[in-house]
Each structure stands twice: as C-alpha cells, then as structure tokens.
Design a protein around this ligand. Structure first.
Ligand code: CA
Length: 471
C-alpha cells in the first residue's frame, strides 16, 4: 500500500470511530495561537471565586481559571495603574525608562523608544487591538495606534464614568470614548460595550492570529453599575463592587463563548490578571494579604493571575513559584515565533517551560518594586520593604503571608543581602520622568509607616492629612 492510500485508509478508519481528520482542523491547530490579555483594574486578590471569594460571583472567570493555570505568587511590577501597564506592555521594569510614578503629565507618556508587546506581535504577523483604558499618555505620539495597536476603542485617561457622561464625552477630552482617535458616542454600560467590541473584533479577525489587550476600567472607581446588576445584589454588603464584578464576568463569559463558537478557544492563550492590588476606595479585599493598591505589601502587587491555553497546557493546575506580569510579553512573543527581544532586553521570561515542568526553577529568583521613596524586593519567600527616611522591614511570606513579623534583627545576613540586591537593581534605573503629588506622597508614606508598625492607618487621602494638620 502506498503512502497516500495509507493516509486515506487511516482517515476512513478514524471517521468510522468518530474522529474527525479533516485538513481544515489540522491547519487550525498548527496556527500561531491567538493571545488575549484581560486586565482588570484595581481588583482585589481575594475577589474572585477561583481565589476563594464567596460573596462575589465570577462563574465565567472561574471556568477560565479551571481550564488554565492559577498562579498563586504572581506580581505586577507596580502597585498603581500607569506604571503597572507600562511594565506589562513593555515586558520591562518601567523604572528603566522613568515611568515610575502614576498619571503621566499631559505632555508625557510611555517612552516611545520602548517596543510595546503590540508592536512585537505585529512584527510576528498578528492583528492587534486594544479595548478600554490606556493611561499611558494622552499626546499623539503615545496613542495606542502609535504603539503597535491597529485598533483602539477606549479612552486615554486612567478612569471615567461607566455611562455616557457630559463632563467626559466631549470630543477631544482624554476621557472620551474614541475609536482610533475619532470621537464615539457610546450607549449602555462601558464594561459590556468593551466586551462587545472585543467580540466584534474576534469576528473580523478569527481567521488570522490576533493579539487583544482588553483593558477593563472595572472595577476602578467611580462605583457604577447597571440597575439590573445592582438589583441582583440588593442588600449585599459590597453591592456596587459585586455588581461591577458580575458585569465584568459577564463580558468575559461572552468573549470566551465567542472563541468557543469559532472553535479557536483551544488555541488562544488567555491571561487574566489585575493591574494592581484592590484599592482602598472600591470595597475590594486582598485578604489574607496585607496592604492594598499603592503600597509595597503583598496586597499592593500580588494579583489574581490566570494563564489558559487548552490546546497545550493542562488545565486545573496551580503554579506557586514567583512570577511576574512582565513575563506575559516574553511568553506571547515567543509563542508568536519571536526569538530575540524585538527591542531592549526584556525583564520577563517565557512561562511555558515552567508550567510544563520542563524548567524546574522559578521564573524569577527575585522581583523588585519602587515608586518614589517606597521600594521592595522579593527573593524566594523573603520580602524586604524599604521606606526612605524611615527604615526597612524583612518578612518571610512562607509562614507570614500577612507580613507582620519583622525578622531584620534575626536575619541580618538576609536583610543586608536583599538591601544590596535592591540597590544593585536601582543602579540600572533612571530617575523618574515625573513624580507624584507631594500630598499623595505623604499619604503613601504615612500608610507604609502604619503598616510597617502593624497599626491601622488613619490616613487615606490628602484630606485626612489636612485634618491632622489643623488639629
Ligand atoms: Ca489600577
């Protein structure tokens, strides 16, 4: 029997036992995987079913987590929105290019000499789109369309109303909803709209490898939800957050269903994570972690983090080693066929060999954080926090996840080693290109001091500072 006849016979036999063997499907599976990053905003570490939450409902995100791998010790590179996104989209510590602080001033944004993940994916033949919050600069040169995204539907600022709002929705206002620079009058609830736009895009691009950055502003303030979703949680202790989370989960569920309907879910690499810890102002919970958005305790930077790629990665797993959102770039780019970094040296690493068990080490031996006078580093389970003009704390999160027991006197060697490695890392950074409001800096300092002393902070905003001063 010649080769062709063998194939034919094999196909006939396979079809007889119900296994489809058409070339179309083989082709689909050989295709480069689509990549989708789903980013939540200010969502708490503990606020998803798959993270153990019992009062907020996230059935669709939980299903995604079940199909994929849950990373229990994954971190973003900053504890506030803009620098965290700069790290995520460049795969590099954002302090390397001065993007250390939040809210770029009007004329600045993410360094244009950095090659964004979207540009990198485009180089590999991907269609690229960003939906939602940008927060990486408002000037033309920082616009998503200039940073590798073929399509942008969303807003340039850091937050906005979830409903049409006269204050924001003026053409030219950086909060306006726009499509590739053109003003859009949207209707409905923004979380639903962003999800639907991503689905429309998938419908257009389903036959091409695509890269989507779906950057929800949920569950950032203002706390706004639809009447129907609020009604569902009538009497709930965290009614607004529960409703907003439910809406985000609904949008993600619809997106996943679309991928399944088009039979591309299996070969789509999906990341789900939050851009920083739960905020103090949005009813979120980071328990059992200490701290929240904006500070260097685990609650500020350890985030819910899922990676799903059913075709290649066994679902239902948990991965416990130190991982970073900086790894998303390297992972996506290598799967797309990229070899060397398309720009400067990446700080992240391809996660696939680690989760497949081919590499037994941790993706990172160390991670680092710094914003202004507050810095931190993790080395394995050790955690060092350094507050300028105050001092340091050393914790071991393996048996003290809540970071309450300072070990700096007992573990002098470890303490000095980590202080030194933090300084070594800092020697490769540049000074921040912009700084934060001096009152907010003082607020953050006071919060760190209180948490380092295991006290409850009485200061949460500049208004609290003023009150103290006037006492
Ligand atoms: Ca955020």
């Amino acid at each position: 029997m010649n080769f062709q006849n063998s194939i034919l016979l094999a196909s006939v036999l396979l079809s007889m036992i119900g296994v489809s063997c058409n070339t179309q499907e083989i082709k689909t599976n050989d295709k480069k995987p689509n990549v989708i990053i789903i980013l939540a905003d200010d969502a708490g570490y503990a606020d998803f079913g798959f993270m153990g939450c019992s009062d907020l409902e996230t059935p669709n995100i939980d299903r995604l987590a079940k199909d994929g791998i849950i990373f229990t010790d994954a971190h973003v590179s900053a504890t506030v929105c803009s620098p965290s996104r700069a790290g995520l989209l460049t795969g590099r510590y954002q302090q390397r290019f001065g993007h250390e602080c939040n809210i770029p001033p009007h004329d600045l944004g993410m360094d244009t000499t950095e090659v964004s993940i979207a540009s990198a994916m485009k180089q590999q033949g991907y269609q690229t789109a960003c939906f939602g919050k940008w927060h990486l600069g408002k000037q033309e040169e920082y616009h998503p369309n200039q940073r590798g995204f073929d399509e942008f539907f969303g807003f340039l600022e850091g937050s906005r109303s979830y409903f049409p709002n006269k204050k924001y929705d003026e053409p030219g206002n950086p909060h306006e909803i726009q499509h590739n620079g053109e003003h859009v009058d949207f209707t409905g609830y923004l979380t639903d709209v962003l999800g639907d736009k991503a689905i429309e895009y998938i419908d257009k691009q389903k036959d091409n490898p695509f890269f989507i950055y779906l950057s929800f502003n949920a569950v950032h303030t203002p706390m706004q939800a639809t009447k129907e979703d609020l009604k569902r949680y009538d009497g709930h202790a965290r009614q607004d957050l529960a409703a907003m989370t439910w809406a985000m989960d609904r949008a993600i569920g619809k997106l996943v269903n679309k991928l399944k309907k088009e039979k591309i879910y299996e070969n789509t690499l999906i990341f789900f994570l939050s851009d920083n810890g739960g905020a103090h102002s949005n009813q979120s919970s980071c328990l059992p972690l200490k701290g929240w958005k904006g500070n260097k305790f685990e609650g500020g930077h350890r985030v819910p983090f899922v990676m799903s790629w059913p075709q290649e990665l066994k679902g239902g797993q948990k991965y416990h080693s130190l991982t970073s959102a900086l790894d998303i770039y390297a992972t996506a780019y290598e799967l797309a066929g990229g070899k060397e970094s398309p720009g400067k040296k990446l700080d992240g690493t391809n996660l696939i060999p680690f989760v497949k068990g081919e590499n037994k080490k941790a993706p990172h031996e160390q991670l680092f954080w710094r914003k202004g006078g507050m810095a931190a580093t993790r080395e394995g389970d050790w955690k060092l926090i350094r507050l300028d003009n105050y001092g340091c704390r050393l914790y071991n999160v393996s048996n003290d996840l809540g970071e309450t027991k300072d070990l700096q006197n007992e573990e002098k060697f470890q303490m000095n080693k980590m202080k030194q490695s933090l300084e070594n890392w800092e020697s490769n950074l540049m000074n921040p290109l912009w700084t934060e409001d001096k009152y907010w800096n003082e607020v953050t300092f006071e919060i760190h001091k209180a948490l380092m002393e295991n006290r409850t902070s009485t200061v949460h905003s500049p208004a609290d500072l003023d009150k103290k001063k006037y006492k």
